[in-house]
Design a binder for this molecule. Sequence first.
Ligand code: DGL
Length: 258
Amino acid sequence: MASNAPIGVFDSGLGGISVVREIRRQMPNERIIYFGDSANAPYGTKTPEKVRRLSFAIVERFVRLGVKAIVIACNTATSAAVDDLRATYDLPIISMEPALKVACDRGNGTPQRVIVAATPLTLREKKFTALMHRFSATNTIYRQPCPDLVEIVEHDRLEDHELVMATLHRYFDGYDLGSIDSVVLGCTHFVFYRDYFRQLLPASTAIIDGNEGTARHLHDLLEASDELTDPTAVGSVTLQNSDTSERMAALAAKRLDF
Ligand code: DGL
């Protein structure tokens, strides 16, 4: 039977709003409650234990609100907590990992050279190491931590072209970018930088993120359990944040309309 219960989506801060935008595009009738943990951002430079604790607190909150599914719109929280969360809660939990498979599959058998841009925690956790091992025998994969790209979004500096480009150059100038087939945006905050990456990278380098696949996976799971909302329902997004300032509310609303 159709379920009009909301979907809970969370991230360490504002990055997961890029996922909400994609869910809205694919499922405009759904009700979404978004929780950004900006008071505790960034997660990517914390310990896995700390990120796990923070993630459990958010999921508890969603369970109290009666959500029908949870999307961890955060590669970092996925690395640290998804297995324990799934073992604890009996509801669909959709998670994110850097879209390395998509990047490698583009080669159709030709070895690919791929940079995975993500947080330090994502790149050093077991989950990513296991993912990388699946593809590294036949492809060349570079891990590039970019923690400052999270801070720039959280501090509302995304429109500061000079700062953003200088930061990207600092992280990527060491590569021979002309030889790179794709850059994977393995952190949901980085999806907001797509146009900047386009300026940095040669036209032949693809920019890949996991947002579309994540929203599709959510749709398919809800469809399979007959829990998509009634098609006549009016969709909505409620933005919540652990930083309850008006500045943060305005910033979150700005990213949703980005
Ligand atoms: N947006 C998050 C991710 O996808 C993490 C950013 C952070 O708090 O470090 O990994």
